[in-house]
Design a protein around this ligand. Structure first.
Ligand code: ADP
Ligand code: MG
Length: 659
């Protein structure tokens, strides 16, 4: 017996004959249309008995390239006419079965299949559902024919071939936004690219693709931040403006782009997005704000209707946090933005919107189920633009004449670190490398690779000055300094949620490094820095390889970070992402003890001994069992038993969301 797949929709529609043979008549028949995940099938329908009759045909949904309504015919017969007022005395039942005034088209290989729905609502529902199911199809069209193919031609553009390329641009190909499509996971392997003659021979032409593999022509992006050129090759960016990318260089920190006036130059890749209406340009959006931070901001503002839109802990979802006052008490609710089929969004009640900005605009005027209407966008500090990978395109060698030294920040393994400005404007930190403390040539070679690492939780390397001695390393400046000192300073004033969010920041950076297969080798609270707004960033990644100091590099040396090292590093110097994971667990412990020294009462050689015998750090008072479980999982004896950073990060985000 054949297994039947459940139907998603079933409706009686009028179907126009497809006239596969030139001589076959143009007729209209009532059919029962049944939609499943894989197919549309249409059947005869026995109205007397209310039963499905024999199958008359079907369309494989994988082959569908476009689903769209069609403009009504000029002088339709009564059967396909919208009933006028007198007729509306007809009962609903009669209307549904007798009149089919709302046509739509399902376009696939053979050309369009025209179907007529009895009500506008039903047409809309089918189009949405079909678009949703076919949204990842490999050939979704960018253009369509708004009018019928009739008497041998399209009424809109007079093209004769049924599979002639559409003449009008769709609102987002098949209703799906470009950014979503470029991230698509294909349900099926993409078909081999057709040869030129095949492509000409038949079928609607494929859409202008958006994936990097097949990309032709420039891609459109929108600036999320202003960017002022730093050198002659850079191009100015204005927030909210559109730019065209001139070459496919995804993953590169600098992209060649053109603005609307035809000016070309390089722009920082992390300043633009392919999204059509990026949230980043709205003041109410705070991407990396956690639940706890959002609550804090809303309470501080203490304004009825204060709100923040932020990324939810569930990947790809957004949360709207709203503040309201009820009898003087501030209350906060977090609403997850829900998605309905057909790319629609809603919050508390089902008021559907086609984009998140539109949904927010709606709720700025209507509470519609929320504790308050969204009256007052609360921003997380002034949203600073992210660091660029270097100070302008291709500039990794920095002219020391462009630097002004303003104050000393501290002293480290390589010498003095100073705060200063580049060209009198951009804040930077300058490491002045004490001669003899670093294998400089090797580092300078590596610096070119390090420059390309760019993440909001990594201290950005801007460049180097290598033409003089001492050489300088120029990085992003973080005004709150080293995390270890910061923890000791903020003691008592800090909540568990803040500590977790610090750990989450570090974990995000480490997940990024892990994905690039780049090892830190010296992760610890002393090598993390704190920004003005409290964001934590990871610093000094990979630098330990260039240290010239046996006390630091030998696992028996007095400066070797034994307290942060797993057994395999202490015993065999075996570094891996999993040894970074161990160090991360220790860093988490430092955070939750507000900067205590790990294994306080032991010296280095005692620690090596204890660790290999299975002794581990205790649970800090500020860490719950759940948090302690996360850090402990980093200290599994066998590297393979430890989680990945990616896994750790989702665990931490889950705890934060439940707090
Ligand atoms: P090293 O890694 O060479 O041992 P550090 O990076 O630890 O040196 O720098 C020494 C001190 O200088 C740090 O503890 C911190 O207080 C300060 N510092 C270093 N880099 C920065 C920076 N980018 N922004 C702000 N302060 C910094
Ligand atoms: Mg350091």
């Amino acid at each position: 017996m054949a297994t039947t797949t459940p139907s998603i929709l079933e409706s009686i529609f009028l179907k126009r004959s497809q006239q596969k043979r030139k001589t076959s008549p143009l007729n209209y028949k009532k059919r029962l249309f049944v939609l499943t995940e894989a197919k549309i099938t249409y059947y005869e329908y026995d109205f007397e008995r209310g039963r499905r009759g024999s199958k008359k045909g079907s369309v494989d949904l994988e082959k569908v390239v476009c689903v769209e309504s069609v403009e009504p015919e000029e002088n339709p017969p009564p059967e396909r006419q919208i009933p006028n007022r007198e007729d509306s005395a007809d009962t609903e039942q009669i209307t549904i079965i007798e009149r089919f005034p709302y046509p739509f088209q399902i376009v696939y290989e053979d050309g369009p299949l025209y179907v007529f729905a009895p009500t506008e609502e039903l047409r809309k529902r089918w189009i949405h559902q079909l678009k949703h199911i076919t949204r990842y199809n490999s050939d979704v069209a960018q253009k369509y024919h708004p009018r019928f193919h009739q008497d041998g031609q399209y009424l809109c553009c007079a093209q004769t071939a049924k599979n002639a390329l559409g003449c009008q641009l769709l609102q987002g190909a098949n209703g799906i936004r470009t950014n979503e499509r470029s991230q698509r996971r294909s349900r099926k392997p993409l078909p081999p690219a057709p040869t030129e003659s095949q492509a000409k021979a038949s079928k609607p032409l494929p859409p202008a693709p958006t994936s990097p593999v097949t990309s032709v022509g420039p891609r459109k992006v929108i600036a999320m931040y202003d960017f002022t050129p730093m050198n002659a090759q850079d191009l100015l960016l204005q927030k909210g403006e559109e730019y065209l990318l001139m070459e496919e260089s995804s993953g590169q920190p600098w992209l060649r782009a053109r603005d609307k006036n035809g000016q070309e130059g390089f722009i920082p890749g992390n300043y633009v997005t392919e999204a059509q209406d990026p949230l980043e340009i709205y003041e109410w959006y705070s991407k990396n704000t956690t639940r706890t931070q959002a609550e804090q901001l809303l309470r501080t503002e203490d304004k009825e209707g204060g709100f923040i839109v932020r990324d939810s802990s569930k990947a790809g979802k957004y949360t709207v946090s709203v503040y309201a006052k009820s009898s003087g008490e501030g209350i906060i609710r977090h609403y997850v933005v829900c998605e309905a089929p057909g790319n629609q969004y809603y919050l508390a009640e089902k008021h559907l919107h086609t984009s998140i900005p539109e949904l927010i605009r709606y709720h700025q005027h209507n509470a519609a189920g929320l504790i308050s209407r969204l009256k007052y966008p609360v921003c997380s500090v002034r949203r600073a633009a992210p660091s660029t990978a270097g100070l302008g395109y291709g500039s990794w060698e920095i002219d020391p004449k462009d630097l002004t030294f303003l104050k000393e920040l501290g002293d480290g393994q390589f010498g003095v670190v100073k705060y200063g400005k580049w060209r009198g404007q951009h804040e930077v930190a300058i490491k002045m490398i004490k001669e003899g403390s670093m294998s400089e040539d090797e580092f300078i070679e590596e610096a070119k690779c390090m420059m390309k690492l760019s993440h909001q939780n990594l201290v950005q390397l801007y460049g180097v000055c290598t033409k003089q001695r001492p050489i300088f390393i120029i990085t992003e400046y973080l005004s709150n300094g080293c995390l270890l000192s910061y923890l000791k300073e903020v003691r008592k004033k800090v909540a568990q949620g803040d500590l977790l969010s610090m750990c989450s920041d570090v974990c995000a950076a480490m997940t990024y490094l892990e994905s690039k297969q780049y090892l830190h080798r010296d992760l610890a609270a002393r090598n993390c820095l704190v920004a003005e707004d409290g964001t934590v960033k990871v610093s000094d990644f990979g630098l330990s390889r260039y240290v010239l100091d046996d006390e630091y590099t030998s696992s028996l040396g007095s400066k070797f970070p034994v307290r942060w090292s797993p057994p395999e590093v202490i015993l065999y110097s075996k570094f891996s992402s999993k040894s970074d994971v161990w160090s991360y667990g220790v860093m988490m412990w430092e955070v939750f003890t507000l900067g205590k020294m790990p294994y306080e009462r032991f010296n280095n050689s005692e620690i090596a001994n204890q660790i290999t015998r299975g002794v581990r750090l205790y649970r800090p008072q500020m860490a719950t069992e759940r948090i302690y479980n996360v850090m402990s999982s980093c200290w599994e004896e066998k590297p393979d038993d430890r989680p990945t950073f990616r896994g750790l990060h989702s665990g931490i985000l889950e705890i934060m969301e439940d707090m």
